[in-house]
Design a protein around this ligand. Structure first.
Ligand SMILES: *Cc1c(COP(=O)(O)O)cnc(C)c1O
Length: 454
């Protein structure tokens, strides 16, 4: 199979790849479900789209009223191989027939081992590696911290401004943004220290990546002490914080400092991982080889699975029985992951991500020239952001980002927002999205952006 036919085989054949609205948004069945939800689902859980999903695949989400939306969110960078990709569906069905769960800590099975073998092969670096499989990104980050502390015997964990690492107690402490992730949920875990990151758009004066790393390192050495630090945990492109791309040189300098000081360098590639940024992992762009890497989101074609993969000497420092969990590495999720890995490679989805960048970024840059509200278009591969501000300033405009997202939804295009200041539109299309469909979505996004420019 050529990469092109491998790619089109990931789209369900009977789901038309087009945008089509046949009712007002939300339609009557979605409105009914919203009413049921209000009396059964906790109010703390929110949703971006005002409609309820019936089917999804390729670049399309179909709602319960028959409306078809173009998906520029991929369930937050999860369904990179497409939703309900036929190869993943078949692998899930086969495995579910055989057995759905034994618990790897009770009755182990081959699929878990095969996923760990593939993760060792796919992740950066040719050194000996081990993996542990868990259920969610937050749980992967928690385990990376456990492993780093156990291996180093040190307490401190360094994280960054604008970081997002999850919603559990430890990962809330590691996440930067108070509202909605942390407010009212403390007290938080201790020994978590926040350092400055490189955010080129918002530096007081232009500085290089190396200079930004020196600023971070000085803070760590003076305020924590290098010999107290178990791990530095960083997203190579900061996701929820606003798709912030650190200046070139920042990550390599930080990683080199970690190596020189016996600090475990953890790349949180939960959002950037698996072909999303045009390479299998975002670290590869600057040749950074992390000691540990946390993985989730795009790992299993939509099934819940997460992992920590890393240096065998660090991973194996933990005592027997110290890592695990009832559902971790569930066999159905592992079968989905194996089919998903195969899809990334056979359909060259990293190449597809680079093609998406080439299609989207020049177009957005040309819109930015006409729209003074757009401070910056940035990102890599199919992880692309538009940061909105009050014209002539760097003052974030979250209200405008919200208006653009709502206007897109009303016209049948799902876009998400993000950012510490809530003022960033982020595009995370499934990597299998047909180019014509993506063009149609960009037309809608352009008119939404231009209509709020006024
Ligand atoms: C989403 C995300 C997490 C948390 O993953 P969950 O599966 O939601 O727990 C952690 N780190 C990063 C970078 C993420 O994008």
């Amino acid at each position: 199979m050529t990469p092109e036919s491998a790619l089109s085989s990931l789209i369900p054949a009977d789901l038309p790849q087009r945008r089509q609205l046949v009712t007002p948004i939300p339609g009557p069945r979605s409105a009914e479900l919203a009413a049921r939800r209000a009396t059964s689902v906790a109010a703390g859980v929110s949703s971006s789209l005002p409609v309820y999903v019936e089917r999804a695949g390729g670049g399309v989400i179909q709602d319960v009223d028959g409306n078809s939306f173009i998906d520029l969110g991929a369930g937050i960078a999860v369904t990179s191989v497409g939703n309900a990709a036929p190869a993943v569906v078949a692998a899930v069905a086969r495995q579910a027939q055989d057995f759905t769960h034994t618990c790897f800590m009770v009755g182990p099975y081959e699929e878990y081992i095969a996923v760990c073998e593939q993760l060792a092969r796919l992740t950066p670096g040719t050194h000996a590696k081990r993996s542990v499989l868990v259920n969610s990104g937050a749980e992967a980050v928690e385990n990376a911290v456990k492993i780093a502390r156990s291996a180093t015997g040190r307490p401190a964990v360094v994280v960054f401004d604008h970081a997002y690492h999850g919603r559990t107690n430890l990962t809330m402490a590691m996440t930067a943004k108070a509202m909605p992730y942390k407010s009212g949920f403390g007290p938080f875990a201790g020994e978590v220290y926040r350092a400055p990151v490189s955010y080129p758009l918002r530096e007081a004066a232009p500085i290089t990546g190396e200079q930004a790393a020196a600023r971070t390192i000085s803070m760590i050495e003076k305020q924590i002490g290098a010999d107290q630090v178990a791990a530095v945990v960083i997203e190579p492109i900061l996701g929820e914080g606003g798709f912030i791309v650190p200046a070139r040189g920042f990550l390599p300098a930080l990683s080199a400092w970690c190596t020189a000081n016996g600090v475990v360098f953890v790349a949180d590639e939960i959002q950037t991982g698996f072909a999303r940024t045009g390479t299998m992992f975002a670290c590869e762009d600057e040749g950074v080889v992390p000691d540990l890497i946390t993985l989730a989101k795009g790992i299993g074609g939509g099934l819940p699975l997460a992992a920590v993969t890393g240096r065998a000497d660090l991973m194996d420092a933990v005592h027997t029985g110290g890592l695990g969990g009832t559902f971790g590495g569930n066999p159905v999720a592992c079968a989905a992951a194996l089919a998903t890995f195969e899809a990334y490679e056979s359909a060259d989805l990293a190449g597809a991500a680079r093609a998406i960048e080439a299609q989207v970024v020049p177009r957005l840059r040309s819109i930015a020239e006409r729209a003074p509200q757009i401070a910056e278009v940035r990102g890599r591969g199919a992880m692309i952001a538009i940061e909105l501000v009050r014209p002539g300033t760097l003052e974030p405009d979250a209200a405008e980002a919200g208006r653009v997202a709502r206007e897109c939804a009303a016209q049948g295009v799902l876009v998400l927002t993000c950012g510490t200041y809530g003022n960033v539109i982020r595009l995370l299309p499934p990597l299998v999205i047909p180019p014509e469909l993506l063009d149609d979505a960009l037309d809608v996004l352009e008119s939404a952006l231009m209509s709020v420019v006024r």
